[in-house]
Design a protein around this ligand. Structure first.
Ligand SMILES: [Fe+2]
Length: 237
């Protein structure tokens, strides 16, 4: 509260992801009310604050202990979340589960002009069954403009193998055959995973992380052992 929202928002825009460490945990309502200072909050069926914990028998891969492939938040809702906020209530150090962010503005910057041109014309269709708080089918252009800076960003989510992930997201490139689509998605995923574009956040209780949902895609490393991690997440439109 001591740092003006405008300043924090500028830092987040410059850095894409902002980590604030060592803070007191906020009550759920307090956390939502703070985030509301940044803008309108996305309301999910469970509420404005989503609790992210590993479940024993989850219906959806987000609540399992495996990895979560790259995606942006809010693909299946009308509103496009601008920022998302996490607060970490509890963490198990050394148990994996880092949240990984990849900077798509840098990926775009480093692509040659031929590739950029191909990307400009592409749309991808995502579909998933609604078993958790989101679902449906949506088509998005691969390249979008950042709403504040106008810089090109990639809107990309990795496909999920139904044999591995519960409640997977299916992805296809519009106008591509299945094999061609698969090759393109695999190459794009590999590009986004290059270490120079990525930051893996190792959670500690008392962390508050603010991320730019347009510039970044994000995912999670698998947990490597038992965890009592508890994150809460809010999306600001
Ligand atoms: Fe997410």
């Amino acid at each position: 509260m001591d740092i003006p929202v405008e300043k924090l928002a500028r830092w987040t825009e410059e850095s894409r992801v902002l980590v604030l460490r060592g803070f007191d945990r906020m009550a759920k309502q307090e956390f939502a009310d703070y985030c509301r200072l940044w803008g309108e909050l996305l309301k999910w069926e469970p509420g404005e604050v989503i609790d992210l914990v590993v479940e024993d028998n989850p219906k959806n891969y987000l609540f399992a202990s495996g990895d979560v492939p790259f995606h942006w938040d809010g693909a299946f809702v009308e509103a496009n979340p601008r920022f998302f906020f996490f607060q970490c209530l509890d963490a198990t150090p050394g148990a994996g589960g880092e949240t990984v962010f990849s900077d798509t503005t840098a990926v775009y910057r480093d692509a040659d002009s031929e590739l950029r041109q191909q990307w400009q014309g592409m749309s991808l269709t995502y579909s998933t069954e609604k078993l958790a708080h989101y679902g449906g089918q949506v088509t998005e252009r691969l390249i979008a403009q950042h709403p504040a800076t106008g810089v090109p960003v990639l809107r990309f989510a990795e496909p999920l193998d139904p044999a591995v992930y519960k409640n997977p997201v299916h992805v296809r490139v519009d106008g591509f055959g299945e094999a061609e689509s698969g090759d393109f998605l695999a190459a794009m995923a590999e590009r986004l995973h290059q270490p120079e574009y990525c930051y893996a956040h190792d959670w500690r209780a008392g962390d508050i992380v603010i991320a730019d949902n347009y510039s970044l895609v994000h995912g999670r490393n698998a947990f490597t052992g038992p965890t009592n991690r508890h994150l809460q997440r809010v999306e600001v439109i």
